[in-house]
Design a protein around this ligand. Structure first.
Ligand code: NAD
Ligand code: IPM
Ligand code: MN
Length: 348
């Protein structure tokens, strides 16, 4: 089995090193790794954020481990050359439409949340975010209005097939958990969301065992802070899912803790933390590698059929945290390497 290793920019390579150390200790037979540049690093080396050789590797691989992309040096480039286009391109080219972003509090870590401990302790949410459509992939551009004003535009749309397949992902994820699905939209204002809601209701007929509810996205943001324990699975569109998952990460304690899987219809997947390249702390050994390490666990479980090894990693992360390992983002001072060491010690 081949794993593509795309470390990317900023803290991406720093946290990827720790993920690789965990994989080395597990010593899984027949697992091979191939690295390739992506994002700003690839632009600087090869003139494109997603060079053909990197895309080809991602297509050949059985699974993809992805660090993060984003480089302030590249923020003024034409949009198609910016680092972020690499992750968007991979999601689209590989039809990775279903993005699973679990947010669960590690018992010992409820103090790291900026929510009250009794509120934070109840969090066990799975956000199922659509990843191939929405305002991300509609027509966009800059134009001049008839009044001579500059105008930027990005068209938001979903067709029913796109909503249909992510709705199935949401219902099936709920069936595997506590059988509650909350669909988040903005149907009071947006036609895109009205279609979303209509299709989710149609699909719900196939899942009578799942309790379906609907919530507007503004209320959902408020409810995630007020009473996050009310949610089991949330299914939502690309943009709302992006925003709500960063919000949920801080309810849990830190964005440095949240892993994700981006899956196609056959569970081929790309695995990455939900955070970015964190240029403000890059190169300082401060990044929390746990989101990246937990992304490895998701990869082993979903794409490589190695759930016992995935369980081992998750248990080791929980053990490291309960033994007091804390990087700066969760109230401690351990370096990226020391956090990796703590997980390795717990694995031994
Ligand atoms: P970010 O997620 O990179 O950082 C937000 C804040 O969280 C920063 O203060 C950062 O230091 C902190 N943080 C993030 N990850 C951390 C970790 N593992 N440990 C400790 N602290 C952590 O978001 P941003 O600053 O808005 O974006 C920076 C760049 O990353 C941008 O170029 C953006 O486009 C890109 N980005 C990429 C991805 C991706 O590759 N999938 C995701 C989000 C943002
Ligand atoms: C994420 C990121 C990306 C997104 C960016 C970097 C394109 O924020 O993975 O959450 O908006 O999807
Ligand atoms: Mn994001």
């Amino acid at each position: 089995m081949l794993v593509a290793v795309l470390a990317g920019d900023g803290i991406g390579p720093e946290i990827m090193v720790e993920a690789r150390r965990v994989l080395d200790v597990l010593a899984i037979p027949d697992l091979t790794f191939e690295e390739a540049p992506v994002g700003g690093a690839a632009y600087k080396a090869a003139g494109h954020p997603l060079p053909p050789a990197t895309l080809d590797l991602a297509k050949r691989a059985d699974a993809i481990l992805f660090g993060a992309v984003g480089d302030p040096d590249c923020d003024a480039l034409e949009r198609h050359l910016r680092p972020e286009q690499a992750i968007l391109g991979l999601r689209k080219e590989l039809t990775l439409f279903s993005n699973l972003r679990p947010a669960k509090v590690f018992g010992e870590l409820a103090d790291a949340s900026t929510l009250r401990k009794d509120v934070a302790e109840a969090i066990d949410i799975l956000i199922v975010r659509e990843l191939n459509g929405d305002v991300y992939f509609g027509e966009k551009g800059m134009r001049t209005t008839t009044a001579g004003l500059r105008e930027g535009y990005d068209i938001m749309s979903y067709d029913e097939a796109e909503v249909h397949r992510i709705a199935h992902s949401g219902f099936q994820a709920a069936q595997a958990r506590r059988s509650k699905l909350c669909s988040v939209d903005k149907a009071n204002v947006l036609e895109t969301s009205q279609l979303w809601r209509d299709v989710v209701i149609e699909v719900s007929k196939e899942y009578p065992d799942v309790e379906l509810s609907h919530m507007y996205v503004d209320n959902a943001a408020m409810q995630l802070v007020k009473n996050p324990g009310q949610f089991d699975v949330i299914v939502t569109g690309n943009l709302f899912g992006d925003i709500l998952s960063d919000l949920a990460s801080m309810c849990v304690g830190s964005i440095g803790l949240l892993a994700s899987a981006s899956l196609d219809a056959n569970n081929k997947g790309l695995y990455e933390p939900i955070h970015g390249s964190a240029p403000d702390i890059a190169g300082q050994g401060k990044a929390n590698p746990l989101a990246m390490i937990l992304s490895v666990a998701m990869m082993l479980r979903f794409s490589l059929g190695l759930s016992a090894e995935a369980d081992r990693i998750e248990a080791a992360v929980a053990k490291a945290l309960s033994s007091g390992a804390r990087s700066g983002d969760i109230g401690g001072s351990l370096s990226t390497r020391a956090m990796g060491d703590a997980v390795l010690a717990a694995l031994a």
